[in-house]
Ligand binder design. Structure first.
Ligand code: RFL
Ligand code: PHB
Length: 401
């Protein structure tokens, strides 16, 4: 069994783990990343698309925003559609110019991996049977088995659990010391990637009696679209023609806007769930990103919340290593949870605003009233926009860089 020492061992090479590793590396804090999957797998995993303004700023601080600034699509707002109407939401104008950016999550991951290649910090792919030990001692350990079957033990000061919702870190916290909050929605999202130029220059969110639909983009030649479906829908069994017909119906406007169709190159169904574990710390383990919370994708907060957790955690760890002050670390959970719950609330609000649950007529009338209110009231639009573009991160790692 080989034995390695480092300061911080990071479990999971998603956006949370890689961004933490990058920021710690820039501050001269050695760290090791352990990832269950292959590099190719994580570089190709299609997920999020929308980055909030504070996320873009943090990626800039981490020095990994060149490609994002070159290829990202900077948006001034989005379009809301319901009952055939189209309403433009000038989110940037309403928030002092804060733009959101469409830039695929796998590109963020590739940018972070490239930066790690350059800095030469260690990362292990295909780390199997990762297990956390002695978290309540000064020197916790993480063990894993490599692809050749050899066993390894890493001894560190801290463990960062960034291994997503299905990872192992969260369950290393004794059950009696954690509280989990969960809400499941009675619908899912069918997401498609299609080889067709986007039919819109901005994002479109649509509320329709058949359910929610959304038109997003990935590049000038690739469109990303979503449809509300039954939660147990099997994407493979839904004919492409049905998907396009339904998207056309739900996105239709009275002024004859046309949705362009093209070959669907990927389709999958995502369950919709809200989840938070509290607290985010157990002794020397800190949870961040999807390992600690899940939001329904409607408001595009998942990746951005992972970044906001990392802004707080990276600053706290830097303060510990630079000044020996552990106050920020002790407050990590409380600080990060404030923003997590605000994003949870907004995600739930936006989900309830736009999805359709058959049979809930009273709720449907309220939805219409809420949508009308958003259309009529500039101040309602402004407060919606503030949360949509992303409230400021509480961490300030830049003060140590
Ligand atoms: P990730 O990305 O899940 O990364 C966790 C990593 O840990 C690895 N892992 C392990 N490694 C070692 N040992 C183990 N035992 C391990 N178990 C797991 C995994 O292989 C993985 O590499 O979590 P992270 O870093 O916290 O990042 C979170 C985001 O990925 C997630 O919140 C977003 O993708 C959510 N999301 C969106 N977020 C946005 O901000 N904007 C969006 O527009 C948006 N759209 C979406 C989304 C998620 C979606 N799906 C498929 C869930 C759209 C969709 C359809
Ligand atoms: C996406 O492009 O995947 C996306 C964009 C905005 C959202 C959700 C998902 O609100």
């Amino acid at each position: 069994m080989s034995s390695i020492e480092t300061s911080v061992v990071i479990v999971g090479a998603g956006p949370a783990g890689l961004l933490l590793g990058r920021l710690l590396g820039l501050a001269g804090i050695d760290n090791l990343v352990l990832e269950l999957r292959t590099r190719r797998y994580i570089e190709e995993r299609i997920r999020a698309g929308l980055l909030e303004h504070p996320t873009v700023e943090l990626l800039g601080i981490a020095g990994v925003d060149d490609h994002l600034r070159r290829d990202g699509q900077f948006d001034e707002g989005f379009e809301l559609r319901f009952e055939g109407e189209r309403v433009w939401f000038p989110t940037a104008e309403l928030t002092g110019g804060q733009q959101t950016v469409l830039y695929p999550q796998q590109e963020v991951v590739k940018d972070l991996l490239r930066a790690r290649d350059t800095s030469g910090e260690p990362i292990v792919f295909e780390a199997l049977d990762v297990a956390l030990h002695n978290l309540d001692t000064e020197r916790p350990q993480v063990t894993y088995r490599d692809a050749d079957g050899a066993e390894h033990v890493i001894t560190a000061d801290y463990v960062a659990g960034c291994d997503g919702f299905h990872g192992v870190s969260r369950s290393a916290v004794p059950q009696t010391l954690r509280t989990e909050f969960q809400h499941d929605y009675p619908f899912g999202w069918l997401g498609i990637l299609a080889e067709v130029p986007p039919s819109t220059r901005e994002l479109i969110y649509a509320h329709h009696d058949h359910g929610f639909a959304m038109h997003s983009r990935r590049s000038p030649t690739l469109s990303r679209l979503y449809l509300q479906v039954e939660p147990d829908c099997d994407a493979a069994t839904v004919p492409d023609e049905f998907i396009w017909d339904e998207l056309t119906r739900r996105l239709a406007t009275q002024d004859g806007w046309t949705l362009h169709r093209g070959p669907i190159v990927q389709k999958s169904v995502t369950a919709m769930r809200s989840f938070v574990v509290e607290p985010l710390q157990y002794k020397r383990l800190f949870l961040a990103g999807d390992a600690a919370h899940i939001v329904p994708p409607t408001a595009a907060k998942g990746l951005n919340l992972a970044a906001s957790d990392i802004s707080v955690l990276s600053e706290a760890l830097m303060d510990h290593y630079r000044t020996g002050n552990d106050e920020l670390l002790a407050n990590y959970s409380t600080t990060a949870l404030r923003r997590i719950w605000r994003a949870q609330e907004f995600s739930r609000h936006m989900t309830a605003l736009l999805h359709h649950v058959p049979g809930q007529e009273f709720e449907r009338r309220l939805q219409r009233a809420r949508l009308q209110n958003l259309v009529i009231s500039r101040s309602a639009q402004a407060s919606f926009s503030e949360l949509y573009v992303g409230i400021p991160f509480e961490g300030k790692p830049e003060r140590f860089l």
